[in-house]
Write a protein that binds this ligand. Structure first.
Ligand code: SAM
Ligand code: SF4
Length: 482
């Protein structure tokens, strides 16, 4: 019997990308193999969806519509929808798109293979959504996209109640994983060649509250510092309300914790923050940045900002611009407020008209780009260590450039020369000097001063040589947060 093939289409944030690695792992465990040409010839297409903003809805139904003719041509093909939209829309998905075979929620990813089989046997759509987590997803088989960098979940769900956000309703309250389990996974990954881990949670600073240890996240960072062979540790996302000085000290004193911080601001207006139910104020946010920069002067800080929250006035927006000027972010994910039915903000008075949101959004992006550019220009002439990557930026034959990430997570395009034997592999480290700066990246065209061939590069090369992974992207996918 020929092996069935699958393709997974992922929308949204790093958490979803990591969930997709589990979906792939589960399917491969169940005997599927990855389709070589994506959805065109796959026997199974899985959509791992996001519901954080409205455009995700439109994209899902649009993409399901595109698959309808393929399904008619190949009746044996199956389509499954999981993730936040599935948790939110449930039966509505098969009502709107009756050619969908399986709808599974955020709490029962592990049920996918069984549901697919049941849909096949019973010849009817299976919709199974659970209200509570069945098992911590990290216990599921995982097919990691990258040989040298890995995501590691430290918690799932979120116990905050930001009034614009649908995540708690769809992912449930925060559940923390035990430190021993997390560290065991990190060690196993490092044994396999992984050089960099990103610890994932909706609010990593709340990690440990569930089991009564306020300092658990700081301790976890320090424990990662003890893992031999682990070169880079990152995390996302910290919530300013729970940020402690112990975490800043752990970041500063743990060599492999990278000098980068992604800390969502959402708004610079205290009044908007209050109505968002984000219980810090701009002064506290800026205070954390001051302390981080005092302890780690080279730290680069990025953020998330929402424009056009209900009731946002021009003065509120000016307050956001003001914090952006003071914070000097090296990058920001900027979002236009999107109504999420069921959230408290959806029914707030004074929804801001679209054209006003658009105009403010453009002003914010222009200011932030200018600041990011100025910050990047300060690095011209300085040395940076870059971990080469695939799947993001350029791998440009004409300029012989490859891309990677500096320690502070800046994207760097590096001229690596034409000689293939002297080229770094994804996962290897290079020392370079920055020669140009743009708002969203740096360029290092002056040649590679130091090349460290890492076990991550070896692992990448070994995967490339393994027939099972032919046709598969081996890099860390580049993702914007959902
Ligand atoms: N838990 C993370 C935190 O609070 O720091 C963020 C997770 S959320 C999936 C990613 C980002 O999406 C948020 O930081 C926020 O900026 C944005 N976001 C969430 N809900 C939104 C909405 N209704 N409209 C626009 N942006 C939204
Ligand atoms: Fe949503 Fe993040 Fe707020 Fe949790 S902390 S409710 S995930 S924005």
């Amino acid at each position: 019997m020929t092996q069935k093939t699958y393709a997974v289409i992922t929308y949204g944030c790093q958490m979803n990308a990591h969930d997709s690695e589990r979906i792939s792992g589960l399917l491969e465990d169940a005997g599927y193999r990855r389709a070589e040409s994506g959805t065109d010839d796959a026997d199974l297409v899985v959509f791992n969806t996001c519901a954080v903003r409205e455009n995700a809805d439109n994209r899902l139904y649009g993409n399901l519509g595109h698959l309808a003719p393929a399904k008619q041509r190949r009746p044996g093909m199956q389509i499954a929808v999981g993730g936040c939209m599935a948790q939110k829309d449930r039966e509505l998905i098969v009502t709107k798109a009756p050619w969908v075979d399986v709808v599974f929620g955020t709490h029962n990813v592990g049920a996918l293979p069984v549901l697919l089989e049941r849909a096949r046997v019973e010849r009817s759509a299976q919709v199974e959504i659970r209200e509570a987590l069945e098992q911590f997803p990290s216990t599921l088989p995982t097919r990691r996209e990258s040989a040298y960098a890995a995501w590691v979940s430290i918690s799932v769900g979120c116990s905050n109640t930001c009034t614009y956000c649908i995540v708690p309703a769809l992912r449930g309250k925060e559940t923390d994983r035990r430190p021993g389990d997390i560290l065991a996974e990190v060690r196993m990954l490092v044994d396999e060649g992984v050089q960099e881990v990103t610890l994932l949670g909706q609010n990593v600073n709340a990690y440990g509250l569930e089991f009564g240890d306020r300092e658990a996240f700081a301790k976890l960072l320090r424990a990662c510092g003890q893992v031999d062979g682990l070169r880079r540790v990152r995390f996302t996302s910290p919530h300013p309300k729970d940020f402690t000085d112990a975490v800043i000290a752990a970041m500063a004193e743990t060599d492999n914790v990278m000098p980068s911080l992604h800390m969502p601001l959402q708004s610079g207006s205290d009044d908007v923050l209050r109505r968002m139910r984000r219980s810090y104020r701009s002064e506290r946010f800026l205070g954390i940045l001051d302390r981080v920069r005092e302890a780690i002067p080279e730290a680069a800080v990025t953020t998330d900002i929402i424009v056009g929250f209900p009731g946002e006035t021009e003065a509120d927006f000016q307050a956001t611009l003001d914090v952006v000027r003071q914070a000097r972010f090296s990058g920001a994910f900027t979002f236009q407020y999107s109504i999420r039915p069921g959230t408290p903000a959806a029914t707030m008075a004074d929804q801001v008209p679209r054209p006003v949101v658009q105009e403010r959004y453009e002003r914010l992006v222009a200011l932030q780009d200018e600041i990011a550019w100025q910050e990047n220009l300060r690095l011209v002439g300085t040395p940076v260590e870059v971990m080469m990557a695939t799947g993001e930026g350029r791998k440009d034959a004409a300029t012989a450039r490859m891309s990677g990430r500096a320690r502070d997570n800046r994207l760097v395009h590096v001229a690596v020369g034409a000689d293939p034997s002297a080229r770094p592999r994804p996962g290897d480290l290079v020392e370079v000097a920055v020669t140009h700066a743009a708002p969203h990246h740096l360029v290092a065209d002056g040649g590679v001063a130091g090349l460290v061939r890492t076990r991550g590069g070896d692992a990448y090369a070994a995967r490339l040589a393994a027939p099972a992974t032919v046709g598969v992207a081996l890099g860390m996918p580049t993702l914007r947060p959902a």
